[in-house]
Ligand binder design. Structure first.
Ligand code: PGA
Length: 245
């Protein structure tokens, strides 16, 4: 199975910069080897769709509403995201959990609505420094999995992706450094087994957190890492082309 590499551009780019970067991706990335997904901000989604048309780059959103339609001012419907050509949606990212106070009940609702509207949720989980220091990483991850995946039904391995991102390893957090490849692999194995127990289906599990041009190949070589979720290093064509190669 191809590895899947997702670029999370966060809110780092102007619309113009997003278009330039998207064109750079089309020119420079090896589009055959891995499955590539770009998640720009909402404003750029519609503009990027024609640039990626007839390429192997898929589009994703960084979040979606907990409902497909209704009086929810400021929210963006998964139905509209899907109709713009996006196939994926990142849900439960640690930045949304922290800054927007998203909790597991809301994230679970969003995953359900995303699935109903034919988007593939990229469900993010990850322990913070406090849980890591207390030796409670697996306990915490299991709780996030149980709450986020509660009551979900998926039909195939392609319907849902889990992204393991230790919060302390995300490059924008102070003192961040990536987890070691062997530790990531061991935790990812645990996540896969637990998710399979809950869903009664296999799922792919990606790693995210300070993935760079220098360490991507080592992560991808691990048995239980099905791909990567890349923030900072996806903002440079050169770095991202090394990562996706
Ligand atoms: P990073 O971000 O690659 O810059 O650490 C990853 C993420 O937050 O998804």
């Amino acid at each position: 199975m191809k590895k899947i590499i997702i670029a999370n551009w966060k809110m780092q780019l102007s619309l113009k910069e997003s278009l330039v970067l998207a064109r750079g991706y089309v020119k420079k990335l090896n589009l055959q080897k891995n499955e590539i997904v770009v998640c720009p901000d909402y404003a750029a989604l519609a503009f990027l769709a024609p640039i990626f048309k007839n390429t192997n780059i898929a589009l994703g959103a960084q979040d979606c509403a907990f409902s497909a339609k209704g009086a929810y001012t400021g929210e963006v419907s998964p139905l509209n995201i899907q109709s713009l050509g996006a196939k994926y949606v990142i849900l439960g990212h640690s930045e949304r959990r922290e800054y927007l106070k998203e909790d597991s009940v809301l994230i679970n609702q969003k995953i359900k609505v995303a699935l109903e509207n034919k988007l593939v949720p990229v469900f993010c989980i990850g322990e913070r420094l406090a849980e890591k220091r207390a030796g409670k990483t697996k306990e915490y991850l299991l709780q996030e999995l149980r709450q986020g995946l509660k009551g979900l039904k998926i039909k195939t391995v392609n319907d849902l992706i889990i992204a393991y991102e230790p919060v302390w390893a995300i490059s924008t957090n102070k003192g961040a450094k990536p987890i070691s490849c062997s530790e990531a692999d061991e935790i990812q194995k645990f996540i896969k087994e637990q998710a399979q127990k809950i869903l009664q289906k296999k799922v792919r599990v990606l790693y995210g957190g300070s993935v760079k041009a220098e360490n991507a190949a080592d992560f991808l070589a691990q048995a239980h890492i099905d791909g990567l979720l890349v923030g900072g290093a996806s903002l440079q064509v050169k770095d991202f082309s090394i990562i996706t190669n």
